[in-house]
Write a protein that binds this ligand. Structure first.
Ligand SMILES: [Zn+2]
Length: 173
């Protein structure tokens, strides 16, 4: 019947991201002094992709992911330079990064990672509040669709990714 044919195409495709939502997520950066501080205080004007928090640090999905699974870990204190980090903050960031890598290896079979800080505009830093990137790397990164076709990663709309990570993060604790 014609009707069933048309619903087949009208139905949302669960494995593909919602372009509408992604546009919203990637819209103009909110007018706040610091996006990361906004995430920490759960400012309603800041898209909040937090996965987990402690007294000192936050783990979050990256709003502008380089790859699916791109996370950020950062201290709650608004510090701009690496040298200002305390041992306690550094240890927590290390532990969160280790946990993220363990999860990505086990669940998504990720075998390559870039970890690091972009400090200062000359280094590509766009948010001055210090934060560590955890970027999973995949063979054949020609595009997201290639990644999708060859792996188990099917969720990469940022808010869907956040939901999934919140669940996984609790399971692995
Ligand atoms: Zn800040």
């Amino acid at each position: 019947m014609e009707e069933s044919n048309s619903t087949q195409w009208d139905e949302p495709r669960k494995n593909l991201f919602s372009i509408h939502k992604l546009d919203y997520a990637r819209g103009k950066r909110p007018e706040v002094d610091c996006i990361l501080c906004g995430i920490c205080r759960k400012d309603p004007d800041v898209p909040n992709l937090m996965i987990s928090e402690t007294d000192l640090t936050v783990v979050s999905v990256n709003l502008y992911p380089y790859n699916p699974g791109h996370l950020m870990v950062f201290p709650k204190r608004h510090i701009l330079s690496y040298e200002e980090m305390t041992k306690e903050e550094a240890l927590e960031i290390h532990e969160a990064a280790s946990k993220a890598i363990t999860i990505l290896k086990k669940l998504w079979n990720v075998q390559g990672f870039n970890l690091g800080y972009n400090i200062g505009k000359n280094a590509g830093g766009s948010i001055p509040h210090i934060h560590q990137h955890i970027v999973p790397r995949f063979p054949n990164e020609a595009g997201f669709l290639d990644v999708l076709a060859n792996s188990r990663i099917v969720i990469y709309e940022p808010y869907e990714m956040q939901k999934e990570w919140i669940r996984i993060w609790k399971e692995f604790s």
